[in-house]
Each structure stands twice: as C-alpha cells, then as structure tokens.
Write a protein of this length. Sequence first.
Length: 214
Amino acid sequence: MTIDPIDPRRVPRFDHGSRVPGWDEAVDLTKDPAEVPDPATTPVPDDLRAAIEAHIAKYPERRSATVPALREVQERYGWCTPEGIEQAACVLRLTPAYLISVATFYDMLETRPVGRNTIYVCTNISCSLCGADELYTTVRDEVGDDPEFNVRSFECLGACDIAPMASVNGTYVGPISLDEVPTLVQQVRDGAEPLPDKQLARRRSVDPNAASRS
Ligand code: FES
C-alpha cells in the first residue's frame, strides 16, 4: 500500500491505484488438481456443518450456498482459513479451489488473518465531501496497531444520507464527527453498541433531530 509522501493523511492506495485491495494473485499452476475433500478424513465441527447445511437447504444447487458458507467460516475462525475452507468444501461437496476463487473475489471475505472487529469507513464521493478521508485516518490513528481491529476504507456502502459513515461490525453508523471517534473505538473494544444514537437502523429519518428507536 502506498502512502502519499506529500500528504500522509490522505487515504493510502494500493499499487493498482484503488483504495481497496484487489484480487489479482495468479493461480499456482504447479499444484495438483484440487479434489473434493473426503468426509472420512476431513473433520468438520458439528455446528459449522449444521450452519452450512441449513444454507444449502435454501437453494436448488448446493454451490449457491458458497458465499453464506464462507461467511460461516469467517465468523467461526475470524477469516477464511485454509482449514475452514477445506471444511466448507467438504460439506458443500465442492473443491477448496472453487471456494478460494469465490473468497478472493468478494471484498468482505478475508483470506488472510485480520482483526475480528471490522470498521469499514466509506470514502466514496458523498462521504468524501463530508470529510471521510480525515475520518478514516482518525479511526486508524485511534485504533493504532491493535490486532483486534480491521480498519479499511471502503467504496460507497449505500448510506450516503448519513455521510460520513462507517460500517462497524456490520452496523451502519453516521454521520460520525471526528470527536466521536475515541468513544466509538472504545465502545467496540468494550463490546458495546457503537454510537447508538447514530445508528441507521434506529433512525426514523435522516434528520439528525428526528426521534430515534431504541
Ligand atoms: S458515499 Fe459513503 S455511503 Fe455512499
């Protein structure tokens, strides 16, 4: 990732120019062809198996449950570990390679170890115009090198009316002012609700003065 040497507070970019990671790693053609894991030699935790099978039951094709199955793996292990992918592939009766191709395509499926607490700060146009770049760097500074956090800038999260906003462990919060960041990060560390008054799900209206649901 490249940091702007002139203004290090600008949102850093990856070498391919985007603010989000890419999925441009080449396949390893020297490896043997992938096989569907053998259930006899692939132990799968009972609760993980049950969760994946429940997803499979919703679709006519087993492979349609690939993304929710990978989410189950991520929830359990914190990221899509090789072991978890092997287990999901065993239940889905697909190759691990197929699951890896899906996991590396979708931005919110992690294929490397990351912190369990995700804060996705939207830095797309509406949020950017409302100070998202500064919000992003402020959140990163507040989190520091705490390994329990995964802070990323993100493209439009579809909640432009509460810009600048972030998705905090899946909860949409905004508009977030810079002086609220320490509180927000501490709430996440404490396992508390992030900025309850700023949560999109509790709002009756984008009007910040409108009543909110508890
Ligand atoms: S630009 Fe930030 S939610 Fe749309």
